[in-house]
Design a protein. Structure first.
Length: 274
């Protein structure tokens, strides 16, 4: 696990939606990754941010970024041949052990870390249903590819009804859980949405694994910046089980700024977009 940033060259940029782009590059030498793990991506003079893999193959990987905020707007100006600095992979990733039937709930940018998981589930013959949600049709990430791969097992929701069912991903999950019991529900997206996913799963006695986001500095358990109760999101997560999150006092309610100050999720989200 390299802990010093390594320079990689962007091989390809794919515009996924008007505000999301994916950046493809070769894995740093000797590295490989599991779905749900992340890289610390450093843009000298700007900042370093944890970004999950949105594509993982034997040699190549990709990250997907929403062009919002100083760091993201900088990388969104990059093209083929641009240089970025990465270290990692870090974090635990999703576990597929013993899973035969899964529901994946992806909200907004949360689709990015779930993309490699969806593909791995399909490759392993796991019966997979995906709920893909966003505010509007234009913000649905990876929609075309997923329609081809999943057919009737893809359930689209948008807040404004511009594609799929009008409403939230949790409405579709509730409907699915009223008819069937999967071995697991995987989810990533806005934390208020994931709190809703957790509550539904607890009610239906279904296990879930949720991928969380917190402000990070080191990425590997040294600085304490990403603390969630007595856990470190970078090292103990970013993927947590329903058992862990049920006991959390902070999950779904608060997060910490760079200063360590605990604030509401809304205040945290506003700050992260700056
Ligand atoms: S980012 Fe430093 S401990 Fe998690």
């Amino acid at each position: 696990m390299p802990e010093l940033p390594q320079m990689v060259e962007v091989k390809k940029v794919v515009k996924e939606t008007p505000e999301h782009s994916s950046y493809y590059f070769d894995f740093p030498k000797g590295a490989s990754a599991q779905p749900g793990q992340f890289l610390m991506v450093w843009l000298p003079g700007i900042d370093e941010k944890p970004i999950s893999f949105s594509k993982i193959s034997s040699r190549e990987c990709a990250i997907t970024v929403q062009c919002k905020g100083l760091w993201s707007e900088k990388i969104c100006g990059f093209g083929q041949g641009s240089k970025i600095w990465v270290r990692g992979p870090y974090g635990n990733g999703f576990s597929l052990e013993g899973v035969k039937k899964a529901i994946i709930v992806a909200g907004g940018c949360g689709s990015a870390p779930l993309r490699p998981l969806m593909l791995k589930c399909l490759q392993q013959g796991i019966e997979t249903k995906v709920v893909l949600g966003a505010q509007t049709a234009g913000k649905l990430l990876f929609r075309k590819g997923l329609e081809g791969e999943l057919g009737d097992n893809l359930y689209i929701t948008t807040d404004d009804g511009s594609a799929g069912q009008k409403g939230f991903t949790t409405d579709s999950l509730k409907e699915l859980l009223s008819k069937e019991k999967p071995d697991i529900v995987y989810s990533c997206g806005p934390e208020v949405m994931m709190k809703g996913v957790l509550d539904l799963c607890v009610k239906k006695k279904v296990q879930c694994q949720l991928s969380l986001e917190r402000y990070m500095r080191c990425g590997f358990g040294i600085c304490g910046q990403c603390v969630l109760d007595d856990l470190m999101v970078c090292k103990d997560g970013p993927v947590f089980s329903s058992e862990q999150l049920r006991k959390s006092k902070e999950f779904g309610k608060t997060a910490r700024l760079k200063s360590g100050k605990e604030v509401s999720l809304k205040q945290y989200a506003d700050w992260r977009q700056c």
